[in-house]
Design a protein around this ligand. Structure first.
Ligand code: NAD
Length: 249
């Protein structure tokens, strides 16, 4: 793609954490950014404000629970009404409900799969006609190293994140003919609200397991998204690991 100047990027779950870092990275690189949020409008508006320097309409916050197929479709429709195209779709929204299977309920299983995996299909499906018409597009799905390695107490999350990798490879094969690339990023432990929920002593044990000896920064993932968008024209169906070495393929 080269320059992001004028490109339109949708980032799901972009009110905080990795999503906001990705929205900012793409916005500062020149993209017009849709900052999607599900419940809290205010943080998403703050991201928009940061990006919308000089009163130029560079960013907009759009509310949609992307685990709901209709709302995911509306998010894409609103983006197209507003900007007329879509060049980048980053499926970042995600949740965890961590419990061993002994304690996990079917509802908690379903909820995580719905938000973390099914939402990716919903947004891609909705954006597909536009990508095909444009004959260009970059889809980036945020998976996790847990989808590759598994993790105690995360059967639901691991299954959803592994599902993203399979979805990514299949979508990449289907969409290559339209010049649309589809890649997954598998972050390791990254310093966001999701990670801050982990108890301090567990964090210490986690750090000891990471060869690079530290937790990753949201921006380190955001930079990889930008690389895939700007310089990744010949990269598709891949899984990019940004994990400090905690899992090596
Ligand atoms: P986070 O909890 O800080 O942010 C997740 C965002 O997704 C929030 O803004 C939340 O409101 C939004 N969201 C949740 N459900 C949604 C829905 N139904 N519709 C729209 N938005 C929704 O977490 P994060 O650490 O920034 O995680 C971002 C992504 O990275 C997630 O997919 C997560 O699974 C993945 N990830 C995180 C880590 C980590 O260590 N933080 C590691 C690997 C992968």
């Amino acid at each position: 793609m080269g320059s992001l100047e004028g490109a339109v990027a949708v980032v799901t779950g972009a009110g905080r954490g990795m999503g906001s870092a990705i929205a900012e990275e793409l916005g500062y690189a020149g993209a017009r950014v849709v900052v999607n949020y599900s419940r809290s409008k205010e943080p998403a508006e703050e991201v928009v404000e940061k990006l919308s320097g000089n009163g130029a309409e560079q960013a907009v916050a759009i509310g949609a629970d992307v685990s709901d197929a209709d709302q995911a479709r509306e998010l894409i429709e609103e983006t197209l009404e507003r900007f007329g195209r879509i060049d980048v779709l980053v499926n970042n929204a995600g949740i965890t409900v961590d419990k061993t299977m002994k304690k996990l309920t079917t509802d908690e299983w379903d909820r995580v799969v719905q938000v973390d995996l099914n939402s990716c299909y919903y947004t891609v499906k909705a954006a597909l006609p536009q990508f095909i018409e444009q004959e260009s597009g970059k889809i980036i799905n945020i998976s996790s190293f847990v989808g590759q390695a598994g993790n105690f107490g995360q059967t639901n999350y691991a299954a959803a994140k592994a599902g993203i990798i399979g979805f990514t490879k299949s979508a990449a094969q289907e969409l290559a003919r339209y010049n649309v690339t589809v890649n997954a990023i598998c972050p390791g432990f990254i310093e966001t609200e999701m990670f801050s929920a982990v108890p301090e002593e567990v964090k210490d044990r986690i750090r000891q397991r990471i060869p690079l000896g530290r937790i990753g920064e949201p921006r380190e993932v955001a930079r990889a998204v930008r690389f895939l968008v700007e310089d990744g024209d010949y990269i598709t169906g891949q899984t990019i690991n940004i994990n400090g070495g905690i899992y090596m393929q």
